[in-house]
Design a protein around this ligand. Structure first.
Ligand code: NAD
Ligand code: FES
Length: 293
């Protein structure tokens, strides 16, 4: 069993947990994810890692209640545990693998939307730990739904907070802040990393294409089992078919077909829809598990 050491409600329907998982904590990197399962009956839930402490052997996850399994997870307390806590999975963020001299020379802009603030946090923390000051925009619907503000402030260069209703920070969506920073304040960035709801990542990418700013996105929202076998996270990146859980979750946002990914996500929800996708996509439907029939 993987013991929960801390369980905290961050905002309405959003929870944070520190899990005792020394093997995952020892090797995980920003951008990677874990799969958690409460017990035999529980669904497998892929969650991008929010933080880790190698000395303490802990991994921090943040999740939002979106269905029965996450509702059950929200009911767990410190001292309870998960039957499975598998990871790290997926590919780490590009900057972890790239030549550090190149990474160091870039000006990074991180854009975090809602619960997507959690996976942005370890990336910004990595930047600071490596001497890089990265600017961060955090967007939330309201002040009450803003998470990890102080934690992010401690790691970011400049932190810009915006709420859709103007109840805290600036008023408006993250895209308005990006435009303001680049066009009015003449801030210069070499790369943008945008993580949040699909619709946010789509509109950030439309804007950054216009601004000529390369952008990385995380396609975690379309993952279901996180193993390359269910076919849920299939997406088109440029001319290529990719699977978010195996090849990602991070991709070049300017090459991702968001409209197709969002439409496919809807179709995948029903058995009838999955059957149609299996028929249309044939051998490229999933990572080749052979379970479809
Ligand atoms: P939300 O709907 O509250 O949106 C957060 C912010 O995104 C908004 O405040 C706004 O600034 C921006 N945004 C939303 N729509 C936009 C648009 N059309 N144009 C420009 N900006 C826009 O976010 P939420 O409810 O916390 O998000 C939940 C979603 O985030 C879930 O679908 C979940 O799957 C996803 N998520 C994604 C990741 C990831 O790795 N990409 C990680 C965690 C959660
Ligand atoms: Fe199932 Fe990627 S989440 S194939």
């Amino acid at each position: 069993m993987y013991r929960i050491l801390k369980a905290e409600k961050l905002a309405e329907k959003i929870y944070l947990m520190d899990i005792e998982a020394p093997r995952v904590a020892k090797s995980c990197q920003p951008g990677e994810f874990v799969i958690v399962k409460i017990d035999e009956r529980g669904e497998r839930i892929p969650l991008t890692i929010c933080d880790f402490n190698r000395e303490m052997g802990t991994v921090t996850i943040v999740f939002q209640i979106v269905g029965a399994s996450t509702e059950r997870m929200a009911g767990l307390k410190a001292g309870d545990g998960f039957q499975d806590f598998v990871g790290p999975l997926g590919q780490p963020s590009d900057f972890v693998k790239e030549d550090f001299e190149k990474v160091k020379g870039r000006r990074y802009l991180f854009v975090a939307g809602g619960v997507g603030t959690a996976p942005v946090y370890p990336q910004v923390k990595w930047m600071k730990a490596h001497g890089i000051q990265a600017d961060v925009i955090v967007g939330a619907k309201t002040k009450e739904l803003l998470i990890l503000e102080e934690e992010m402030r401690a790691e970011a260069g400049e932190l810009y907070i915006t709420t859709d209703d103007g109840s805290y920070g600036r008023k408006g969506m993250v895209t308005e802040v990006i435009r303001d920073l680049v066009e009015n304040q003449k801030k210069q960035y070499d790369i943008c990393v945008a993580i949040g709801p699909m619709i946010m990542m789509k509109f950030v990418c439309l804007l950054t294409k216009e601004l000529g700013l390369p952008t990385i996105v995380s396609m975690n929202p379309i993952m279901v089992d996180g193993t390359g076998m269910c076919g849920a996270c299939r997406l088109s990146v440029g001319e290529e078919v990719k699977f978010a859980c195996v090849d990602g979750p991070e991709f070049d946002g300017h090459l991702v077909d968001f409209d197709q990914a969002m439409k496919r996500q809807q179709i995948y929800r029903t058995e009838e829809g999955r059957a149609m996708l299996r028929m249309r996509e044939g051998e490229t439907h999933h990572g080749g598990c052979g379970n479809c029939d």
